[in-house]
Design a protein around this ligand. Structure first.
Ligand code: PRP
Length: 205
């Protein structure tokens, strides 16, 4: 159906922008991501299958905890490639602004259900300084899960400011590039790009 004059008038400038043109380069293509996600899912499925969910004595499925909002895309793809039964839950945290202790993190949205006695896999899109995941690890561990592991698609280990254990890594990124796409944003944009790209410097700031 054709747009009416009025509707066309309402189309914002943002709708005209192709965000792909703002990439300096593609770092991980759609194909590279899907291949890596498939392998990770296989490895995770094999690991938990071989444990026979021994840790969860009630035999409940692995609980995947996604960290809003960046991990949503990765979590959805990873879970669909996994070959063991899983359940989902979501949690949201936020960094405190300037003027607080470096790395201070607060809980914005908690899990819907208790995790005591459950096998839990926390899924992140990226681990950078490590403050977010370390806060979550401590917070979730205090709830007494049977096991707690962490999976991140991208690990920027060189940027780490606090030690934290990461059990599964999709891509180890050595360079300090500003990356977006596949769930990752800059000022809330770019999350729906199907690849991970390096944002041109002129669009940062
Ligand atoms: C990003 C990312 C991680 C965190 C990693 O989240 O999703 O949760 O930063 O950084 P850190 O290791 O330095 O703590 P962000 O706060 O940008 O929110 P988002 O998930 O909504 O994009």
């Amino acid at each position: 159906m054709a747009f009416s004059r009025v509707a066309l008038h309402k189309v914002g400038i943002m709708d005209q922008i192709d965000l792909r043109t703002r990439m300096e380069r593609v770092l991980y293509s759609e194909d590279a991501i899907s291949e890596r996600v498939r392998k990770l899912a296989e490895q995770i499925s094999d690991d938990y299958r071989s444990r026979g969910h021994a840790a969860d004595r009630k035999g409940r499925p692995l609980l995947i905890v996604g960290i809003l909002r960046g991990a949503l895309v990765f979590m959805a793809d990873l879970a669909r490639e996994m070959t063991i039964p899983v359940e989902y839950d979501l949690i949201s945290v936020s960094s405190y602004g300037n003027g607080t202790a470096p790395g201070a993190v607060r809980l914005v949205k908690d899990l819907e259900r208790p995790i005591e006695g459950r096998d839990v896999l926390v899924v992140e899109d990226i681990i950078d300084t490590g403050y977010t995941i370390e806060y979550l690890r401590r917070n979730l561990e205090s709830r007494d899960p049977a096991s707690l592991r962490v999976c991140t698609l991208v690990d920027k280990a060189a940027r780490r400011e606090i030690q934290t254990q990461v059990d599964y890594v999709g891509f180890a990124l050595a360079e300090d590039a500003f990356i977006v796409g596949y769930g990752m944003d800059y000022a809330e944009l770019y999350r729906n790009l199907p690849f991970i790209g390096v944002l041109k410097q002129e669009y940062i700031g």
